[in-house]
Design a protein around this ligand. Sequence first.
Ligand code: ADP
Ligand code: ZN
Ligand code: ZN
Length: 750
Amino acid sequence: MGDSNIRYADIIIDISHEALDKVFQYRVPLSLWEEVQPGSRVFVPFGRGNRETEGYVIAIRQEADYEESKIKEILRVNTEGISVESELIQVASFLKEKYGSTMIQALRTVLPVKTKMKPKEEVFITLSMEKDTAQQLLCEWERKHFTARARFLSTLLKKERMRKEEAVKACNFPLKELRKLSEQGIIKLESRIKYRNPFPELVTRKQGWPLNDEQRAIVDNFKEEYRKGERRTYLLYGITGSGKTEVYLSLIKEVLAAGRQVIVLIPEISLTYQTVRRFYERFGERIAVINSRMSKGEKSDACERIRAGEADVIIGARSALFAPTERLGLIVIDEEHDGAYKSDTSPKYHARETAIYRAKLCGASVVLGSATPSVEAYAHALNGEYQLWTLKKRAGNAILPNTQIVDLREEFKKGNRSIFSEELHKKITECLERKEQIMLFLNRRGFAGFVSCRACGQVIKCPHCDVTLTYHRNGKLRCHYCGHEEVFTKQCPICKSPHVAAFGLGTEKVEAALHQEFPAARVLRMDMDTTKRKHAHEEMLAAFAAGRADILLGTQMIVKGHDYANVTLVGILAADLSLHEQDFRSGEKTFQLLCQAAGRAGRGEKAGNVIIQTYSPEHYAIVAAARHSYENFFKEEYTYRKLMAYPPCAHMLVILIQSGDESQSIIAMLRIEKIIEQSQSGEMDPIQILNPGQASLSKLKDVYRQVLYLKHKEEERLLDLKRRLEPVLEKHPMFAGISIQFDFDPLSHY
Ligand code: ADP
Ligand code: ZN
Ligand code: ZN
């Protein structure tokens, strides 16, 4: 057992993914206890010669893994300011503590990939003699019929500078000869490290718009505070098209002028050429882009440029948050509410909270932006934790579209069994006649089969919980919160109509219906199936923007960030699809999707129309979206969260238990439940354990999944429980071979 008077530090010598397999333990001398923390840079005796070597502390422990007498002691702490590596290790430590993972997993998440690949070098050839002399040499070589040399030299004379590959390939001049000429002092070979830039095209620089009054006030407020050295988190709430991006660009300019770097996070799906181009136009070459489609080499290059201080604006998806910036001054998170900001692998961190943590470490500000802020962020803005900025008008001349809700139950009564309501059908026809474009949106997330009555709209729910039952292939309906099960009958328990059916409507089905009803219309279907190819997504959007289709039909991937001036109609085919997922956030997700989809209409000079088809026209998320009223939505949603003690009004911790052996996974789950119960017996205000059981996705790739949902008002109580649980789970033999993952304040249902 550990001695409370002794402390050890886990240390890595090199900052790279490979180094994580080589963790060394050292004793922390008493005099350094306070200074030595995760992230500290320390000097240690290393190797057989005990050479003094610098290393990074990644964890502090009470117990040693090795024989005590073999453990050496830390010499001293490097106090030369903290490096970006120290900062990232501290962030990793935060991820481990808050979201639950091993320190190694957390470090793998934050540390940059270093590829073993050598940096690509580019060799340039120039003349190392006067042009006249070279000309004479050329004549001589021609006379002597040195054809290869002559061919090469005449090209070089014309071009003045050429790349090595050009000489070898295009001039068919061997490398060996090049070296000879260089030794003879005829040419000079100069090598430069070549950084791969994913956007090689040159973009013309552009000035921004003169800001409007609302934008100006926000930018001024930021500048004033930034110059005074005040750092904080701001929430920029502005309806779609209100000019948020223009505001970010101005804020970034201010921070760059102060000599600091900026990280801009954008959801991966909107990380398109269109968006990135706007940044290129403003900031030119000092941009680095990081996205998931880049090769390891490209990522490693980007990180090298950032570390070398050659890139000041880093744009990327979630993981760009860990860019190795030495002078970070601002983090912008666009579309802050987006689900993509939560990692789906361990540590399951949220980029918003992690950004705020990193910003505190290095004295940066954070700007969150959204047209539909997450309930968490808006609640924080209302209680003053974040500063709230609002943009109420659309920038330029565009006005908000006219939005109409269509009750699909009424359509059914009228005998209309088509996917399109009368109103939508009429509007599509008119729009096609005017040669304007249409976007039809199908939220297929809900495809997973909730069951509803097509006559009265009733969704079949669990008698014990406020969640919908899910249709299973074995013909039963099941509640994943309490395990309640019932036989699926086609008869509606409320209106007794025989039209109860599992809801399922695919884009292909809609496409076929469009061809039938509007045979002349050119339809582009965009979903997982049609966008598998590498650039398919962008190509289709470009084709639509160029007017090569009349109707763009798709899933949520069509609602993000694109501006089409000629789109005047947006149709949402079944707004309910996302409403009845088994998830306390389904109202929020529906509201966000509807607002974003609606925001696509009327972005240009022409007025827009939005039609929302739904079986629940009275649902607050749908009503609020139709009125473009985030405030109304928030009020209802917050009341509900408070009533049910869901985040942000309380906190949740999910424990996911996975095993290839079903009974083992169940036994482990019951055991953990017992441990938790025992640990808080007699407690006045215990952590609530919501009905433990199978996950909705109960088996994945032959692995069985059990979940425990824990709930408590205070975050610290849950974190403390996790902290006490982790060592038990690690050491107890009954949990060997079982994967146990934590998810703090989950965004999705298990
Ligand atoms: P958001 O990010 O809020 O959706 P954008 O910044 O993309 O908004 O702006 C929406 C549109 O309005 C863009 O076409 C943009 O060029 C234009 N715009 C933004 N600010 C102004 C302004 N001050 N004056 C005129 N047009 C503007
Ligand atoms: Zn019914
Ligand atoms: Zn239930």
